[in-house]
Design a protein around this ligand. Structure first.
Ligand code: ADP
Ligand code: MG
Length: 250
């Protein structure tokens, strides 16, 4: 395989004919109603829609947290709808980072320990864990808060820890479900730019769910979802936090 071939073939995520139907008593809820798309490596995609449109269902399914009723999800060349629980756990550990709206930090661990946690699941020894975690905390601007417990940090600071924790293992793909949903508008922009900047530098793929069109405008592509269907995919010119325009790599 030539490098050139590698570059243009194979999207990092492919979704085909995806359905998720929940049964609630007698009724069926079609949370995803026939979804198809492909995402390239290094893309920043936003999934936008009103509450109840199926955004979280889609994201959870892509991350292997929930199973589809029907359809295919191919990530990094692997069919995740065919995996068993153990394979899914290993798949998430090796390929996926997840950033939650509610941060989901462990309250009994300080910032540094929270960031280091995913490294211990990968069997990395303590000294290296600590060094890497410290590096990522610095990357998100929290080098002075290593010893702080979650309840001693603001929402924006906790989400920065959440971002460092998701990124510390260098996952190919990062999923973020309303990552700024609990933050004020100023902090929201800081967190959004930070995520965008880091994933771009590391050529990672970022999929962010939001109900806010303004935030979605930062993405390379915007997927609009209504009633479990992608009704429109908008392509965007890259907007960089600073100078804008077409600059690539610094
Ligand atoms: P969003 O994230 O866009 O707000 P969701 O993906 O959470 O939407 O939900 C999509 C639809 O599926 C909604 O109608 C919701 O009520 C329904 N739904 C989500 N999860 C479940 C579940 N576990 N059981 C039954 N219905 C669900
Ligand atoms: Mg949701």
């Amino acid at each position: 395989m030539s490098g050139e071939e590698n570059r243009k073939v194979k999207p990092v995520i492919e979704v085909r004919n995806l359905y998720k139907i929940y049964r609630v008593g007698e009724t069926k809820v079609r949370a995803l109603n026939g979804v198809d798309f492909a995402i390239r490596r290094g893309e920043f995609c936003a999934i936008v829609g009103t509450s109840g449109s199926g955004k979280s269902t889609l994201l959870n399914m892509l991350a292997g947290l929930e199973r589809p009723s029907r359809g295919e999800i191919v990530i990094a060349g692997k069919h995740i709808e065919k995996m068993n629980e153990n394979q899914l756990v290993a798949f998430r550990r090796d390929h996926i980072g997840f950033i939650f709206q509610s941060y989901n930090l462990l309250g009994t661990m300080n910032a540094l320990e929270n960031v280091a946690l995913p490294l211990s699941f990968r069997g990395i020894e303590k000294k290296k864990r600590t060094a890497l975690a410290a590096r990522y905390l610095k990357l998100v601007g929290l080098e002075r808060l290593e010893d702080h417990m979650p309840n001693q940090m603001s929402g924006g600071q906790q989400q920065r820890v959440g971002i460092a924790r998701a990124l510390v293992v260098k996952p190919e793909i990062i999923f973020a479900d309303e990552p700024t949903g609990n933050l004020d508008s100023h902090t929201t922009m800081d967190v959004l730019r930070l995520m965008q900047q880091i994933v771009r530098e590391q050529n990672q793929t970022l999929i962010m769910v939001t109900h806010d069109d303004h935030l979605a405008a930062y993405a390379d592509r915007i997927f609009h979802i209504i009633d479990g269907k992608i009704v429109k995919i908008e392509e965007h010119a890259r907007q960089d936090g600073g100078a804008g325009g077409e600059e690539e790599e610094g």
